[in-house]
Design a protein around this ligand. Structure first.
Ligand SMILES: Nc1ncnc2c1ncn2[C@@H]1O[C@H](COP(=O)(O)OP(=O)(O)OP(=O)(O)O)[C@@H](O)[C@H]1O
Length: 638
């Protein structure tokens, strides 16, 4: 079952909505009056009872709601060639360039509304083809309003796509080129880290139709390139991909100024796999009141792909490196060609892990984080895409949207910054209907993260609950210890302070006393090769909110404080999802789809398999990880 809020639907629904709205405006939420008005329309009623803010805003209620039954869903087109309104050239590109025939659920829901210039807010699981869905909607809207034969160099931008990260922007630009080339539209990609001069030269030398960019570079262009604001005056469709991450990364102001620079009369599309609370306020301001809300995630289902097995283990820091090596090894034996992504919470931790694995791993492996130059990031990304069986150590710059083929295992070492981030990281596998696995490795101090995700099908992983046996393997452990011992002390120190910054910022999730975080940081860094915990100045600790004094400032001497000021200064690292919290100084910023799995009718859970695999696997031990029967909410579920 999926849910839509449509702008121009049945009069009865319109009336119901108006009644509920009127009732709601005059009385407090969930009073008898509102409830009785809504009783005949259970879905509206449940919205009112479950949501404040966004759902009860006048804008939201001005939209109309239609809950699609399974039968109605079956009436939606399931193949691209069933979408009669599709422009012939667009249809040709899908058939001959992409070579796709059947649509995913989100594609069929969005395309069934074409032609439309209505605003949309679309939520669909990771890896289910949202990119093509919004690109097709955009090109069809642009085509309806543009005479392509009249277009010439110097004309305005027709479609603007904002992406939170550079890698994702580049990927969307590639996908756009494949779709719009036959229309002879041009695509420009404007991201930071690349030569602005070269980007400007391209803008003036070739006609500009589609622009994909990151908020920082787009704003920079608005402010510093005289012609750019004029070019933006032609925008007919604005797309915010990974809409909630854009806000999470602190781009709210940038987005508002970009939105202010483009015409009010336009179509706006928000797409994301998760909907965080922050996105609601910007959606209210940016979307027209009669926007269409499409949620293809079954309210009774977890918001992760059913074909991805998810487990967790609680492992002390000192065992995490050997355990990780073993998990990678085991997976490689099972699936030599499968790729593995290892997510770490901080950039510095990512660098340190990658450097240790340089010495202990025999598999091709890469690292990706915001401390690399954009060139290096692009090269790494390309190599990982191409190399069978590769392993990538990465920060959250790779958490969202990026589509690497054949990723079969996602390892998260340390808790993610949020439930949404967990969902996006795990979404790098199990794409386009493929299978995959995810394993979250936590230290005991992090276990309370599980309380944040009660509705996800995470089960304890008995196989990797401890690494005792591994620790007995002398030869292997010698290799690990040698690798750890050879690490650069500065890198170790930086990873230590970054760890503290990150986890102090997660105190809302961790239920332990603050001092335990300091202890955990010491264990963490000793587990990664520090001989003793690096010195921390009282000033630094005080900034993190620790009581200062001898006992808390050192775990062994002050040798790292010599000769160079405060090297452990507050704010050296970012957790690399770009979250600009107090600790972040730096800011970041397809083809593989198994078409067989894109089943037709009755099989469009996402890319096929309405029923899917039972998500209720072994829940016999540990906490109650039952994914079902929790909230039915749409906007608040994740
Ligand atoms: N109709 C289709 N048939 C086959 N493969 C498809 C189809 N549509 C998209 N794909 C492929 O599915 C994969 C996932 O698509 P895409 O990256 O658009 O997912 P997404 O929903 O945007 O994911 P995320 O939420 O992670 O950003 C890509 O490799 C894409 O090429």
């Amino acid at each position: 079952m999926s849910i839509r809020l449509l702008s121009s639907l049945r009069p009865a629904l319109r009336l119901a909505s108006a009644n509920v709205l009127a009732a709601y405006r005059n009385v407090p939420r969930t009073t008898a009056s509102a409830a009785s008005s809504a009783r005949a329309f259970p879905a509206l009623s449940s919205y009112l009872q479950r949501h404040d803010g966004f759902h009860t805003s006048t804008r939201f209620l001005a939209a109309q709601q239609e809950v699609l039954s399974e039968e109605e869903e079956d009436e939606l087109p399931s193949r691209f060639d069933e979408v009669k309104s599709l422009n012939a050239t667009t249809a040709k590109a899908i058939k001959t360039v992409f070579k796709y025939e059947t649509m995913s659920k989100v594609q069929s829901e969005v395309l069934s509304l074409l032609p439309t210039d209505t605003d949309m807010f679309v939520k669909a699981k990771t890896g289910t083809g949202k990119t093509l869905a919004f690109l097709i909607a955009a090109i069809e809207n642009v085509l309806a309003k543009t005479d392509i034969n009249e277009l010439k160099r110097g004309d305005a931008i027709t479609c603007l796509i904002i992406s939170p990260t550079r890698e994702l922007a580049q990927q969307i630009a590639e996908e756009s080129r494949k779709l719009v080339n036959l229309h002879r539209f041009n695509v420009h990609c404007l991201v930071g880290g690349e030569s602005k001069g070269a980007q400007i030269r391209q803008l003036v030398s070739r006609r500009v139709d589609f622009v994909v960019g990151t908020p920082g570079r787009l704003n920079d262009m608005i402010e510093s390139v005289r012609e750019f604001p004029t070019m933006l005056e032609g925008v007919k469709t604005l797309i915010l991909d990974e809409a909630d991450q854009l806000l999470d990364m602190g781009f709210k102001d940038s987005i508002e100024s970009i939105v202010a620079a483009i015409p009010k009369e336009r179509q706006t599309l928000f797409f994301s796999a998760t909907v965080s609370s922050q996105i609601k306020s910007i959606a209210r301001k940016t979307l027209k009141p009669d926007f269409t809300f499409i949620d293809t995630v079954d309210p009774n289902e977890a918001n992760t792909n059913l074909q991805v097995e998810q487990s967790y283990c609680i492992t002390p820091f000192e065992q995490q490196v050997p355990l990780l090596a073993r998990i990678i090894d085991d997976h490689k034996k099972k699936n030599p060609a499968g790729k593995i992504m290892v997510f770490l919470p901080t950039t510095r931790g990512t660098q340190l892990y990658a450097s240790i694995f340089d010495q202990i791993s025999s598999y091709p492996h890469y690292s990706l984080h915001s401390k690399k130059s954009q060139d290096a990031r692009t090269r790494t990304s390309e190599r990982f895409r191409r190399t069978k069986g590769a392993v990538m150590f990465t920060s959250d710059v790779s958490a969202r949207g990026v589509d690497y083929p054949d990723v079969s295992l996602i390892l998260q070492v340390g808790i993610p910054s949020s439930k949404e981030q967990y969902i996006h990281r795990i979404g790098r596998t199990g794409r386009a209907g493929k299978t995959g696995e995810g394993l979250l490795i936590m230290s005991p101090v992090e276990e309370s993260f599980l309380d944040q995700v009660p509705d996800l099908p995470l089960v304890p992983n008995e196989l990797y609950m401890n690494a005792d046996e591994l620790l007995q393997d002398e030869k292997f452990m010698n290799k690990v210890n040698e690798a750890k011992a050879s690490q650069d002390q500065m890198m170790i120190n930086d990873a230590y302070t970054a760890f503290l910054g990150y986890y102090i910022g997660r105190m809302d999730v961790l239920t332990c006393p603050k001092d335990d975080i300091l202890e955990a940081a010491k264990e963490y860094i000793m587990g990664l090769g520090a001989v003793e915990p690096p010195f921390l100045s009282d000033g630094f600790l005080a900034k993190l909110g620790f009581r200062t004094g001898k006992s808390s400032t050192r775990g062994g001497g002050n040798r790292f404080s010599r000769g160079g000021g405060n090297r452990f200064s507050y704010g050296r690292d970012s957790n690399d999802n770009g979250r600009r919290d107090n600790f972040s100084r730096d800011r970041s910023s397809s083809q593989s789809g198994s078409r067989d799995s894109f089943g037709g009718r009755g099989g469009r859970g996402s890319f096929g398999g309405r029923g899917g695999r039972d998500s209720g696997r072994d829940r016999s031990s540990g906490r109650n990880r039952d994914s079902r029967g929790s909230s039915n909410d749409m906007f608040s579920r994740d």
